[in-house]
Design a protein around this ligand. Sequence first.
Ligand code: AGP
Length: 621
Amino acid sequence: MCGIIGYTGTKEATPMLLEGLRRLEYRGYDSAGVAIVQEKTLSLVRSLGKLQGLEAKILRAPLRGSTGLGHTRWATHGKPSENNAHPHVDCGGALAVVHNGIIENHGSLKARLAGCGHGFNSQTDTEVVAHLIEEELKGLPSPDSPAKASETLLQALRQAVAQLDGAFALAVIWSQAPGCIAAAKSASPLVVGLGEGENFLASDVPAFLRYTRRVAFLDDGELALMTPSSCLFFGSDGAPIEKIATAIGWDHAVAEKAGFPHFMLKETLEQPRTVENTLRGRLFPLDDGILLREAGLPNELLRQVSRIHLVACGTAYHAAIVGKYLLERHARIPAQAETASEYRYRDPLIDANTLVVAVSQSGETADTLAAAQLARRHGAKVLSVCNSVGSTLTRCSDYNLYTHCGPECGVASTKAFIGQLVALNILALHAAVALGRLREGDALAWATELKRLPSLIEEALKLDSHVLEIAKLFWKAEHFIYIGRTLNYPTAIEGALKLKEISYIHAEGYPAGEMKHGPLALIDENMPVLAIATQSKVFDKIVSNIEEARARGARLISLATRGERRLEGKVDHLLELPYVSENLSPIVNIIPLQLLAYHIANLRGCDVDQPRNLAKSVTVE
Ligand code: AGP
């Protein structure tokens, strides 16, 4: 997620903006910039890389002025570069825009504006907004006073955002309206900080918490117009609205986690929102290719593919297994999922008709990079499923399908895993449609259910208090077994990984059908078993496995589909989830398993966000 900071007041804006950006660094970024308005002149400084580079540039050419915008960019459209860094300006360099989100229709808007003579210098969707506002300003009367200029800027912004599809938190300054910042919010967060003789705007509270605790969060469709002495709010129809300011009680460290005690909990709870970002612009209409247009994966390539190798590590490998099941079941393409560390050394059979799908949150995992590079040396095409635009993996892949989950700070992967599962569902759906192996009605049903995912995940998150009660009964366990079948076998091993990596409890996941082949020997009253028994073709089989474990004294926790009665009396704890098709069941079923691992680790006093011995990205073998 990008970071936005705006300041207008009596102090020099540049130091305020830089401090605010430093407070937002935890969000992750690849470039940064600031824009300042002073005496009807707009100045702009941007830099690739970390804030130190931006600060060095500013040191060499100080910026004067008490109104400005700052931005840290987490690339979504266009690689990390100075040219793609925000703020972005219009043709005349008179107005500057910063943005957090994704403008889905930026392509058509850019074409229309280019037709009106606008020139573009970046690959970003945000630059289009700067030129759109410029175009709207041309149609409004030239302001004859600062107050009029502010109103004109707000009107132009309002008319511009009415043409945008997608998610945005936008702020704009204009050389003709010194002291004024206009802002608009839709789906991406934006909060106003109300000071004494100064006002702030930011993506998140930490950016200005040192200066004011009085905040007003904008809601979707709302706009704000601020000067050093005033802050007005408007609805999308332009009518003034009242916003009640609230006082933030958190300290800065807690504020970085939006008030939650750990990044992992914050990132688990924000999964409904991040899924929306993964899905954005990728589902409808279901005609040929629309689903993955921006990934650039040509349908004729899919038609030539004789097999797919999915390669990844850790949690990403578990997502890859789900991808394998989906691609074989629906696209009918032979697919296998492998840990990259094994794949890279086993001399796999790869040729020009092999598509290698490399799954990675960071795009920097050494084994996954090596597997992708091996594949390309053997003539295979590589598609990355990645959360980090411009990462090494994306630069050594032929095609990239981004998960757009925003930076994941907790070492234990949660929202990135869900993003990978959604992306692999979209890939399998697209391949099945492109190869004519899925009836249109089934494809539409799948896509429609994918769009329901945010609310389904919201429902699963409501199990949190029940999960906490269960965690209080099991946090002293020394071992845990997780079992699942078909698409929920990878869910089981992912649930076990979550528990072991943050609570240090020895937890293993197994295909439930494997229990008789050895693991059943482990079962006694000291071995808790978590079974994933939601609605599926193999439900009766998993029930048999539950009965096997129960007969040997296991304490049983089970996931089930809401209303399931056939597990009553067979398990000690039942977590009921909303009905969802098998395709999407790993996405909903992993939610209570993430929460269980989190609460058990917390109860054990473990460092949930930075577990011992582990790193967020394993960049060495
Ligand atoms: C999962 O919770 C761990 N953080 C780890 O297994 C991780 O998934 C693995 O190291 C792969 O990382 P990547 O997705 O960045 O490639």
